[in-house]
Write a protein that binds this ligand. Structure first.
Ligand SMILES: NC(=O)c1ccc[n+]([C@@H]2O[C@H](COP(=O)([O-])OP(=O)(O)OC[C@H]3O[C@@H](n4cnc5c(N)ncnc54)[C@H](OP(=O)(O)O)[C@@H]3O)[C@@H](O)[C@H]2O)c1
Length: 385
């Protein structure tokens, strides 16, 4: 009779399931899994499907992981729409009728079991994704060391929500504050989209490093509540777009910076908002564009570049992380320490519990909700048995 291991080896890698059972591991050691997949680019609520499949036990260098939490970020939506530069390969690896990819790029996982040749991981360890495009909106996956950044044991107390949302937004804010302008304690930076995940991280990191921030948000009915929220997080000034554009504001900032203007602007929005951000910068100032939430081309006038010597940059954390894996691990550890010290809070979030009863409608609904204006909360899948 064939040994159980031989049976696993000769069995097809993924078997389709007709129904999802509460028990995750079958008598043969197969794990029953679910994933939100897409086979064509388009509007997420139209193209995302909930797919059930089974995974064989981890073999050789494989690591069987289960997801604990995965956020829904704007880039995930752009990726499904087909307008994001990082595109996961569409494959039939999960046994889908058509070639497909799993949605989501960020998340935290727990190791369930490891293959015989895995070094450095044991069941119960936690990890975040090392690169973009792994596909994190799923209950389980077979991964390899190259896909994961193991969370050191000293950070085991970090909540899954904090860990799941650390590698994109806080790391982006960290690099933009450190790498573009030579900021010293007491210097100012300005940012639009200040209530975004990146914006909130920049406020907090800026505060830790002794920087002062001007934070631009969109007008809304509850604007004072949001202003207070950002001030409580460590913002020095919070203004609406209209307040930023008033003549008095420019002179106020000139006075606060002793006539030098602000050294760094972080641009989440694009379009006209960029113009008003740059207006506040001093000579030789830097503007770093990392988002394009308005979907409008940058409004960057020639006189800013010629007469004010403004330096315009772009930043993409995925590229930076791929080029600097060790520095990325150090940066993540530093932010984890800030969390442990109570200096850094995760973004406000709205949980969607993903368990065996969750329906496609509920899960896809959470994705649709993530793009809503003035949502002010990150949508996050939290996985439960
Ligand atoms: N380049 C990189 O490496 C990198 C890394 C991380 C994120 N990003 C990008 O950064 C941006 C923010 O990401 P996130 O995860 O921090 O976002 P988030 O937490 O989901 O927040 C979205 C932000 O965008 C604002 N917004 C939405 N639609 C807008 C519009 N039409 N005009 C102006 N503002 C608008 C929202 O303001 P309201 O509350 O007023 O709606 C909110 O401040 C996205 O474009 C994302 O792709 C880039």
């Amino acid at each position: 009779m064939a040994s159980p291991l031989r049976l696993f080896r000769s069995a097809p890698r993924i078997a389709n399931l007709t129904c999802y059972q509460r028990r995750h591991v079958s008598a043969f050691g197969y794990t029953q899994a679910k994933a939100l997949v897409y086979s064509a680019y388009g509007e997420p609520s139209t193209v995302l499907k909930l797919h059930s499949h089974s995974l064989r036990p981890a073999y050789d260098e494989e690591i069987l992981i289960k997801f604990l939490a995965s956020p829904i970020n704007p880039a995930d939506i752009n990726q499904i729409e087909g307008v994001y530069p990082a595109k996961p390969e569409l494959t039939i690896a999960l046994g889908t009728p058509e070639k497909s990819a799993v949605g989501g790029n960020e998340g935290v996982v727990e190791v369930v079991s490891v293959g015989a040749n895995v070094k450095g991981y044991k069941p119960g360890d936690r990890a975040i994704m090392k690169h973009t495009s792994f596909g994190t909106w799923r209950t389980h996956a077979l991964a390899k060391d190259e896909n994961l950044l193991r969370i050191p044991d000293e950070f085991k107390d970090i909540s899954p929500l904090s860990a799941a949302t650390i590698s994109v937004n806080p790391c982006t804010a960290y690099r933009m504050l450190k790498d573009f302008a030579d900021l010293e304690e007491g210097d100012w930076f300005i940012q639009n989209g200040a209530n975004s995940g990146v914006g909130r991280a920049a406020i907090q990191l800026g505060k830790i490093w002794g920087l002062k921030s001007v934070n631009v948000i969109r007008e809304r009915p509850d604007v004072d509540a949001l202003k207070k929220e950002l001030m409580d997080l460590g913002a020095d000034i919070v203004v609406t777009d209209a307040e930023l554009q008033s003549r008095g504001f420019y002179w106020e900032m000139q006075e606060k910076t002793q006539g030098k203007g602000i050294k760094l602007g972080l641009n989440c929005v694009g379009g006209k908002a960029t113009h008003y951000l740059i207006k506040c910068l001093g000579e030789g100032g830097h503007v770093v564009t990392y988002g394009a939430m308005s979907k409008q081309p940058l409004n960057l006038n020639a006189s800013s570049l010629i007469f004010k010597d403004i330096h315009a940059h772009g930043f993409w954390v995925s590229r930076w992380s791929d080029r600097n894996p060790e520095a990325k691990a150090e940066m993540v550890a530093e932010i984890f320490r800030f969390i442990q010290q109570g200096k850094f809070k995760e973004v406000p979030f709205e949980k969607t519990i993903w368990n065996s009863d969750s329906t496609e409608e509920q899960l896809v609904g959470a994705v649709a909700k993530s793009g809503q204006a003035f949502g002010n909360k990150k949508q996050v899948f939290v996985f439960e048995e």
